[in-house]
Design a protein around this ligand. Structure first.
Ligand SMILES: Cc1ncc(COP(=O)(O)O)c(C=O)c1O
Length: 365
């Protein structure tokens, strides 16, 4: 099977983890601090606060932004559920705005009509590794005095108009889950230039302590371990190479897919670096699931990111959520992610293209 995702863990990561295990300092300690420093330097922010996952990073960022009961946060319905769940954790209300059908990211043209006097923040997602349209989002946030929290869980190293994502909003959250562009096993991080958010995030991730046994706010145990951070300090050195390989793989796929009937290759916006966390095609004529099955039978792993909008998930339906986001619903029925990860070989990509051609001949003709 050609896997849809596979982390690369080399000897150096293993050595770093072994050193941490032998040091006896295995909870949050000096490796976490080193990883935070390296990540902040890479993104270009003054601070980075590591957490136990991308989800807890989002939860902490939402709390730092002061979002609480009844506050509204504008976000996309076409993302992993953790994006919107982070707002629910704080007692807030995610408000879903439809996506741009080309980039699959939140459509800035539709944000303003969703703003009410309860709106506190915008939570855009850089889906699949492609930056959201941040110029427009920043302008709206400024006009309406809203905070921006970037969900950059899928976009380590993506660049929007010359700026790394993660350095554009008030805060940004990344995930280091094993499918992501770099991994720490489980893990997340918040990047920010704001000293107060940095201080609050550090308190909230560790029981709300200002110092040992001084609990100044309600916090959690959302700490990253030094074992995870040891993987991260090596992975961050590899990130550029991984991303370049993903981009090269994506270019190869696009070049070949463009001539295959029924399958639409991903759009890349002007003046951005898309880092292809996922290489996601659109499959026309209601044939997505048929193509998926064909590929899986031929040994090619695929994924559907995501098969339904967040407001169509049972959790949200039970909470009474409805929304009218036809582009997100259409995308949920048509998208299919193909393998693009840097561990794959030229032979793997040759096979993917030839099976896609075969599938198209059988399914679309
Ligand atoms: C867009 C998005 N947001 C948030 C998360 C949550 O990250 P984690 O799985 O590290 O908790 C993910 C990860 O799957 C994601 O893809």
């Amino acid at each position: 099977m050609i896997p849809i995702a596979k982390p690369f863990i080399g000897d150096e990561e293993i050595k770093e983890v072994e050193a941490v295990l032998r040091s006896g300092f295995i909870a949050q300690g000096p490796k976490v601090a080193e990883f935070e420093e390296k990540f902040a330097e890479y993104i270009g922010t003054r601070h980075a606060v590591a957490t136990s996952s991308g989800t807890t990073a989002l939860h902490v960022a939402i709390l730092c932004a002061g979002i609480g009961k009844g506050d509204e946060v504008i976000t996309t319905p076409f993302s992993f559920a953790a994006t919107a769940n982070s707002v629910l954790y704080a007692g807030g209300k995610p408000v879903f705005v439809d996506i741009d059908p080309k980039t699959y990211n939140i459509n800035p043209e539709k944000i303003e009509e969703a703003i009410t006097d309860k709106t506190k923040a915008i939570l855009p997602v850089h889906l699949y590794g492609q930056p959201a349209d941040m110029d427009q989002i920043c302008k709206i946030a400024e006009d309406h005095d809203l905070k921006i929290i970037e969900d950059a869980a899928q976009a380590h190293g993506a660049i929007y108009h010359g700026k790394k994502v993660g350095s554009i909003g008030d805060m940004a959250c990344f995930s280091f889950y094993p499918t992501k562009n770099i991994t720490t096993g489980e893990g997340g991080i918040i990047t920010t230039d704001d000293d107060a958010f940095d201080k609050d995030a550090r308190a909230i991730r560790a029981h709300g302590e200002s110092e040992r046994y001084e609990h100044v706010t309600l916090g959690y145990n959302f700490r990253m371990t030094d074992i995870a951070a040891a993987i991260g300090v090596v992975q961050i050195k590899r990130l550029e190479e991984f991303n370049e390989k993903r981009i090269e793989n994506a270019e190869y796929l696009t070049e070949h897919i463009n001539s295959i009937e029924g399958i639409e290759s991903p759009y890349v916006a002007e003046n951005v670096r898309h880092v292809f966390h996922q290489y996601t095609v659109r499959v026309e004529n209601g044939k997505r699931d048929e193509l998926k099955e064909f590929l899986n039978n031929e040994g090619i792993g695929t994924g559907v990111h995501y098969p339904r909008t967040i407001y169509n998930q049972k959790l949200y339906e039970d909470l009474g959520y409805t929304a009218d986001c036809p582009e997100a619903e259409k995308a949920a029925a048509e998208v299919l992610s193909l393998p693009v990860n840097p561990t794959l070989t030229a032979e793997d990509f040759g096979k993917i293209v030839s099976v896609l051609q075969d599938a198209s001949d059988k399914i679309f003709k």
